[in-house]
Design a protein. Structure first.
Length: 444
């Protein structure tokens, strides 16, 4: 059996009931076949693939907190410190009822390669909890965040592990966590990113993932002879990534006709009104039905289906495995030319293969959504220097990072005879840097 297949079998055997983790590993290992085959004996002797698929450390803990009725609640929480070959662990914290160890491991594994692609010195990690911030009062969210940090603070630090936001973790949650870290340690340091602008946050971090997604998409389209301006775009999700993806797409001259949340989706023939969307999602924390109620041009549809609309470009920005084979078929049938992942692993393996086979340009999340973590790394730099850059400075760095990522993955794909396969290019380019650093540092 090939070394790649042996390692994949071991991952499945040793991590039962973690399908998302298996899926993420499978995609990466399949892409790496040509790289591994060139040096199979060396990699096997070094157990490099076993080491890269096994987290350096996994922290599991409980989070007790008191709700507004005086009832004690307990949640499961996780921090997976996956790989520190090229820098301190770095990656978000997801707060969503679906969170389990397998989901955090898939996210942490993806983060290793994504962070490598940014070109910045950050290792891979991820964390979170099955706590659901939806419908909770601010006081309940604070109680949870303080209790969560009361355990987590032992394992993190500005040069150790630097968490950030993800699904369910935004500026409010980061603020409460930062306050508790500071209180427990007495240290005012850049231990979290996505902080508020008054206490160490970076300008443009809020916008970075969505903006970065569009910078990379624009570059991918341009290098394949297309223009983003004038295109019709379908976006899924209505959270941090989706909102700023919509905004940047519109600034670049595209028309965005959809957004979605876990209940349903909006088709707005006149183009999504970002100011209204922000008011509903960021201020009122309300559902998309309110968007439809407030705007005559918007139709609300219950359930799935956001990718059944006619579009040129699709940007899945909600969650894993939301873009499935039936969506891929609808996109191809409707003439879609490009898909770029704002979310982490939003496209199933089957759907990805279908899109690629039918000539749709496909940018995987670990490249396309890397602008968020890249700007987090820029926030870390500013914290270390005790300086803050202007919005324009950060945005210019973000643009150049995203354009650089596109050319890096494009060239890696070509170097291994897979021109245009950006999934392979991203996995190979991300891997080579981390593998080189692991080899240089010996058996650790
Ligand atoms: P938010 O919590 O701000 O928004 C998430 C959005 O996705 C909401 O509209 C939510 O709808 C929807 N959603 C979440 N879970 C589901 C589900 N199970 N089914 C359907 N819809 C769902 O998160 P972000 O925008 O920050 O994150 C979105 C994606 O982008 C995630 O995959 C995340 O890992 C990834 N990402 C985020 C980065 C960041 O900087 N924030 C950076 C890189 C990637 P509802 O409100 O109904 O739950
Ligand atoms: O998936 C991701 O890259 C994030 N949620 C952002 C991580 C970060 O450290 O900014």
């Amino acid at each position: 059996m090939s070394y790649v297949d042996e390692v994949y079998e071991r991952v499945v055997r040793e991590n039962p009931s973690q399908p998302e983790f298996h899926q993420a590993v499978r995609e990466v290992l399949d892409s790496l076949r040509p790289v591994i085959e060139r040096n199979e004996e060396k990699y096997r002797r070094e157990a490099l693939l076993e080491r890269i698929t096994m987290p350096e450390r996994q922290i599991l803990f409980r989070v007790p907190w008191v709700d507004d009725k005086g009832q004690v609640q307990v949640n499961n929480a996780f921090r997976v410190q996956f790989n520190s070959a090229i820098g301190p662990y770095k990656g978000g914290l997801r707060l969503h009822p679906s969170v389990n160890l397998g989901i955090i491991k898939f996210l942490g594994f993806e983060q290793i390669f994504k962070n490598s692609l940014t070109g910045l010195p950050i290792g891979g990690g991820k964390g979170g909890s099955d706590f659901d911030p939806k419908g909770k009062s601010d006081r309940e969210v604070m109680a949870f965040c303080q209790s969560f940090m009361t355990e987590l603070f032992k394992y993190i630090g500005a040069d150790v592990d630097v968490p950030a936001g993800d699904i369910g973790t935004g500026a409010r949650e980061i603020g409460f966590m930062y306050g508790q870290y500071k209180r427990l340690t007495g240290k005012y340091e850049g231990v979290l990113t996505g902080k508020g602008l008054t206490y160490g946050g970076s300008l443009a971090r809020t916008e970075a993932t969505g903006y970065g997604l569009l910078y990379l998409t624009q570059e991918m389209l341009a290098s394949n002879g297309h223009e983003l301006a004038g295109k019709t775009v379908a976006v899924s999700g209505a959270g941090n990534v989706a909102i700023y993806a919509v905004q940047k797409a519109q600034q670049l001259g595209a028309k965005v006709v959809t957004v979605s949340d876990s209940n349903g989706w909006i088709y707005d023939a006149e183009g999504i009104d970002v100011a209204l969307l922000r008011e509903i999602k960021e201020v009122r924390r309300a559902r998309l039905t309110e968007y439809a109620a407030a705007r005559a041009s918007a139709q609300y549809h219950e359930g799935r289906g956001v990718f059944t609309v006619k579009c040129d470009v699709a940007l899945p920005c909600a969650t894993q495995n939301e873009l499935r084979i039936e969506d891929a078929k609808a996109l191809v049938a409707n003439g879609c030319i490009a898909v770029a992942e704002g979310a982490n692993m939003p496209t199933t393996l089957e759907a990805t293969e279908y899109l690629q086979k039918h000539g749709v340009l496909f940018a995987p999340g670990k490249a396309a959504n890397a602008g968020g973590v890249a700007t987090s790394a820029l926030e870390m730099s500013q914290n270390s220097m005790r300086l803050s850059w202007t919005f324009e400075e950060v945005d210019a760095k973000l643009q150049s990072i995203m354009v650089g990522i596109f050319h890096n993955i494009d060239e890696a794909a070509k170097a291994y005879g897979m021109a245009g396969n950006y999934v392979a290019g991203a996995n190979i380019a991300g891997f080579l840097k981390v593998a080189g650093a692991m080899e240089a540092q010996g058996v650790v």
